[in-house]
Design a protein around this ligand. Structure first.
Ligand code: SF4
Length: 105
């Protein structure tokens, strides 16, 4: 399937490879969003940033509840077109972006 992003965490077998859990028990769908949120305090995504505080914390919610939100917002189907690609994925993972080229993706 043609995609506008290079997702380092969604493989050719259509499976999510890993999850990231921060030391304070916040869950992230990939190392990219973990790093962005840790360093900048934002997902660069209106939807994710607008969710209630601690929505992705295992101290407050179950893993299933947290993953449901990520899996509904970030889906491979949305990566087919730029305009449907979640903003958080556009920030670092667009195929033609400078940041991706710097990392050889
Ligand atoms: S930000 Fe989106 S496209 Fe980039 S690695 Fe994470 S889930 Fe994949």
């Amino acid at each position: 399937m043609k995609r506008v992003v290079n997702c380092i965490n969604y493989d050719d077998e259509n499976e999510w490879r890993e999850l990231e859990i921060s030391s304070d028990l916040h869950v992230y769908p990939c190392c990219t969003l973990h790093a962005l949120h840790f360093l900048d305090g934002t997902f660069y995504d209106e939807y994710l940033d607008g969710l209630p505080k601690n929505w992705n914390s295992l101290k407050h919610h179950s893993m299933d509840e947290i993953l449901k939100i990520y899996r509904e917002h970030i889906t491979p189907e949305k990566w087919k077109k730029l305009k449907t690609t979640p903003k958080c994925c556009q920030k670092w993972c667009l195929k033609d972006s400078k940041s991706n080229k710097e990392y050889g993706l």
